[in-house]
Design a protein around this ligand. Structure first.
Ligand code: FNR
Length: 396
């Protein structure tokens, strides 16, 4: 995108120093009906708030008197080397904030030297997204349309060169998203949103800007859910499909046979499920509550991580986490608490919605430099040195 809108918003990135600055710009640029879908959580949004609050109440205990020439923020996750322990989480509906948003994000994330995960519930063909990134990408699979349809997606993902399959287990039903219901875009997985945008007059400017980048009516279907006849699934059908879309433990066997590569189980809340994921041979788990969008009143992920990580040390599995990461300091806390890396959802979406590629690059560069800064202050030259000894619970 190189139009005047893009130029104007890209310039405003110069005055962005934190993810919270990016969020303010996102809220200014994106119409509220769309913005609420990205910002909101399930039910009364307790878990959504607590994901961030858990980081707020954690404090550092630095060891000073040390100076390092360089800080190494690289690590390896499920066999892939990344320049920083920060991976882009699967986020549905990105094309409602930026044309071809999934591919635009993948390019910026790959250029930052890390992994971008594509959600099934997206509007850009997985081949286009994979080709846009100079780094490894993961594909997050929902079983929308059943086994035959999902097998086709697995084959396409394999052929396109995705290196791991992310299986999200915490969506046996879509979360109760009251913001979306109030906005009239319930079951807002793409379809509701776009329908709403179509009919709401205040949406028309944003929608016509978006559609000017699509010459094929490409805003109205799911190109990564290919029906048996070869047609993409239309938006209208998605609401009925979601309840059958989450992956169960029983599905993992046939998925593994079809995929034959690393599998990552996302949406782990308890040690019980973490052990199960290790038992079925997952390469990694993501301790995640879907960014507070599924079941409200579950533990913030930082607390769930504290329960799970110490018990997984002797299992051959990478422990990742997501939920509430809004700064490099948060990343350092998650690593010190036992995560090998984190995923971020909203943080890069704020960048994408504000200024597309430049906005996503900005989000990753903010987080990386804040992480480096924090590690220097703590007296850690590498991620392996970060452990619980650097953390305290806040007494405030
Ligand atoms: C998500 N998330 C998600 N997860 C998934 O496995 N498949 C999906 O399609 C989506 N879609 C989605 C849409 C939106 C708008 C959001 C905000 C999130 C969850 C996502 O992968 C991740 O777990 C959270 O976003 C992490 O929390 P933060 O970083 O947003 O606080």
């Amino acid at each position: 995108c190189h139009d005047a809108t893009v130029r104007r918003w890209t310039q405003r990135l110069d005055k962005c120093f934190t993810i919270s600055d990016l969020k303010s710009l996102f809220e200014k640029r994106i119409p509220p009906v769309v913005g609420d879908y990205f910002l909101g959580g399930a039910s009364d949004e307790r878990t959504l708030r607590e994901n961030e609050a858990a980081f707020e109440r954690t404090r550092f205990a630095p060891n000073y008197g040390i100076r390092y020439d360089s800080i190494d923020t690289s690590t390896t996750v499920a066999g892939t080397k990344v320049s920083m322990p920060i991976i882009a989480a699967p986020v549905g509906s990105l094309r409602t904030v930026w044309p071809h948003g999934e591919a635009v994000a993948a390019k910026a994330v790959g250029e930052a030297g890390t992994i971008c995960t594509l959600s099934t519930l997206t509007g850009t063909r997985l081949e286009e997204v994979r080709a846009a990134s100079p780094h490894d990408c993961w594909f997050q699979l929902y079983l929308v349309g059943g086994q035959e349809v999902a097998t086709k997606a697995i084959e396409r993902a394999k052929k396109a060169g995705y290196t791991a399959l992310v299986l999200t287990i915490d969506t046996p039903v879509a979360g109760l998203r009251y913001r979306d219901m109030r906005n009239g875009s319930s079951q807002a997985i793409n379809g509701g949103l776009l329908q709403k945008m179509r009919f709401a007059p205040q949406m028309s400017r944003h929608l016509s800007w978006l559609t000017s980048y699509y010459h094929d009516g490409g805003l109205m279907d799911f190109p990564n859910i290919e029906l048996p006849g070869g047609e993409p699934m239309p938006y209208a059908d998605i609401g009925n499909q979601l309840q059958k879309a989450a992956v169960t433990w029983d599905d993992i066997q046939w998925i593994r046979d079809a995929w034959q590569g690393p599998i990552i189980v996302k949406g782990v809340h308890t040690l019980h499920d973490a052990q199960k994921a290790a038992d079925v041979g997952a390469a990694a788990i993501v301790v995640s509550n879907h960014g507070g969008r599924q079941l409200d009143r579950v533990l913030p992920t930082l607390d769930a991580l504290r329960e799970i990580a110490p018990h997984m040390k002797d299992r051959n599995i990478d422990v990742l986490m997501d939920g509430g990461i809004r700064s490099g300091g948060d990343v350092a806390i998650a690593i010190a608490r036992g995560a090998k890396a984190v995923l971020i959802g909203r943080a890069y979406t704020f960048g994408l919605g504000t200024a597309g590629h430049a906005g996503v690059s900005k989000a990753f560069s903010i987080l990386r430099s804040e992480l480096e800064h924090t590690m220097r202050q703590l007296g850690c030259a590498s991620l392996a040195e970060l452990d619980e000894s650097y953390l305290r619970d806040s007494r405030v």
